[in-house]
Write a protein that binds this ligand. Structure first.
Ligand code: MG
Ligand code: ZN
Length: 375
């Protein structure tokens, strides 16, 4: 009996040590090692209107591959607004920027139209550098929700004034006329920004030339079109260069890190137009940008990269009869859909982005990644 017990205990002990040894031998994935660190920088990449249909069609059209496949962490967010199951870009971007659900059309304000501090404004207050880059106007709903507070997204000239309320170090997007050819007042916001030590350029100089003038200027803005920038298929080519120049610019002066939101704005417009080629060409540019941002973040080692969309647009899908080279696509509407939205994350703090959660959680997860904790 005692002998049997001894054998049993010995066997158990051996079993334990074997399983412990095994545990030790399991390699810890690099993404998990990184996740124990705080993110010094956060790059939030938003593909407006980029649901799974858009990602699928863009991937199939790119030899069945995309930069999104390089992300170690994927999750899903639930995009509905407070006022409507189907969100618009304003309510959705305000959820990312402020951590609140609000009504469609709201720019950085809650359901009662009260201004709510954005993650970009808080980053400025904490001494980080900040940036916004978009392939729409810079006062359009998605970028606007990170820097402005307005009860209505179409108040573009009022939203432009809010750019003077922060010390944002870098912004690129269209909408020059809302700054210097205004209808609600006679202000010239380009001059006012220059008086605040901004170097401001515009589309009359190619971005590739403008960037050589940045030099030691700490605060830089470039207005890439008078109103909406062109689709990439019609020659717009600044988004990737402007984004990568922004990362370099912010890092060069960001002892305390930086926050930047970069938007591929027009995937959404392809969806509204029910134009699959428009969606795919915009996605391919975004995909190129995502790959370059990931390369940059891998080099940097202290940067969290999050890619997501605000909502899906068009109920875009890939129908039977499709081949990889020849997609048969279809749309259910010319508006946004209520589909859940994928999230992709890389770098310190990325592990939080796994799972299914409300779009407001993106804000709280970014805060946690910065080590800011709860409000
Ligand atoms: Mg947008
Ligand atoms: Zn839209």
């Amino acid at each position: 009996m005692r002998f049997t017990l001894f054998v049993l205990i010995t066997l158990l002990a051996m079993a334990c040590s074997v399983s412990q040894d095994k545990k030790i031998e399991i390699p810890v994935p690099e993404a998990q090692l990184e996740s124990t660190k705080v993110a010094k920088n956060i790059i939030l990449l938003i593909g407006d209107g980029m649901g799974m249909g858009q990602i699928s069609a863009g991937t199939y059209s790119n030899n069945n591959s995309s930069a999104l496949e390089r992300f170690p962490i994927t999750g899903i967010h639930k995009p509905q607004a407070s006022s409507n199951l189907i969100t618009d870009s304003a309510a959705a971007a305000t959820s990312f920027a402020c951590g609140i659900k609000t009504y469609n059309g709201a720019i950085g304000v809650d359901a009662d139209t009260n201004a709510v501090q954005t993650i970009l404004e808080e980053a400025e207050l904490k001494g980080l550098k900040t940036g916004l880059v978009a392939s729409s106007t810079i006062v359009h709903a998605t970028p606007a929700s990170f820097i402005a507070h307005n009860k209505l997204r179409i108040n573009y000239e009022e939203i432009a004034v809010d750019f003077l309320d922060t010390e944002i170090e870098y912004f690129v997007g269209g909408g020059k006329k809302f700054f210097d050819r205004r209808t609600i007042d006679d202000r010239d916001l380009v001059k006012e920004l220059e008086a605040k030590d901004y170097l401001i350029g515009n589309f009359l100089t190619d971005f590739s030339e403008f960037k050589t003038q940045i030099g030691d200027n700490k605060k830089v803005g470039y207005l890439s079109a008078d109103s909406d920038p062109l689709p990439v298929a019609q020659g717009r080519d600044y988004l990737v260069d402007a984004a990568m120049t922004g990362l370099k610019h912010l890092k060069s002066q960001a002892d305390n890190g930086f926050f930047i939101m970069i938007e591929s704005s027009q995937i959404d417009w392809g969806g509204h137009a029910n134009n699959a080629d428009y969606i795919i060409t915009e996605f391919l540019e975004f995909n190129n940008l995502i790959g370059k941002v990931l390369d940059w973040a891998e080099q940097d080692g202290e940067t969290l990269v999050v890619v997501t969309a605000d909502h899906e647009t068009g109920g875009f899908t890939i129908n039977p009869g499709s081949t990889m080279d020849s997609l048969v696509t279809a749309f259910t509407s010319t508006k946004h859909s209520g589909d859940f939205i994928p999230v992709f994350a890389y770098g310190p703090g990325s592990e939080q982005f796994s799972g299914i959660y409300e779009n407001t959680e993106i804000y709280f997860k970014m805060r946690t990644a910065f080590g800011w904790g709860d409000q």
